[in-house]
Ligand binder design. Structure first.
Ligand code: MG
Length: 166
């Protein structure tokens, strides 16, 4: 009998968006990306990490990033979102889950994700405790439409699968 039965596989989805802001670093997937504009937010505004954190917590049925790291808590100001993701992974492994794989779509007119993809995958894989081959990151433009098209901000959608191991 295979250890991973269909019943033990869990799927979670996460979404996040942040507004571009001057005078802030642009950090995505734990990697600082050279840019003349960063992202506004209470933490370091790393939308890739936030979407993945919600996806893994959602797959485990363990709430969401806002519950775990409230923006009313001063301890979370400018907090490193890779560290928040690692803390979420620790929480779900204590609850008997392991992460299988993660897939992320980043929707923005800029920056282009391609040149930074390998580094982002490595950084995320380290936080997730999996191989970078199991972390997929894709960049998409919004074809100039709407708030993303006007370069007001960035959106990320993540899907994660977990296995319930105990
Ligand atoms: Mg966020």
């Amino acid at each position: 009998m295979p250890r991973e039965t269909a019943a033990s596989i869990r799927v979670g989805v996460g979404y996040d968006s942040h507004r571009f802001a001057q005078g802030r670093p642009l950090k995505l997937g734990g990697v600082v990306i050279p840019s003349d504009t960063g992202l506004a937010g209470h933490s370091d505004a790393d939308a890739i990490c936030h979407a993945i954190t919600d996806a893994v917590l959602g797959a485990a049925g363990l709430g969401d990033i806002g519950e775990m790291f409230p923006d009313t808590d001063a301890a979370n100001r400018d907090r490193d979102s890779i560290e928040m993701l690692a803390a979420a992974v620790k929480r779900l492994s204590s609850a008997g889950f392991t992460v299988n794989q993660v897939d992320v779509a980043v929707v923005a007119e800029a920056p282009k994700i391609g040149p930074h993809r390998a580094k982002i995958r490595e950084r995320l894989a380290l936080a997730l405790g999996i191989d970078s081959a199991s972390v997929s990151v894709k960049g998409k433009s919004n074809e100039g439409m709407g708030w993303i098209g006007r370069k007001e901000g960035i959106a990320c959608i993540a899907v994660a699968t977990l296995t319930k191991t105990s």
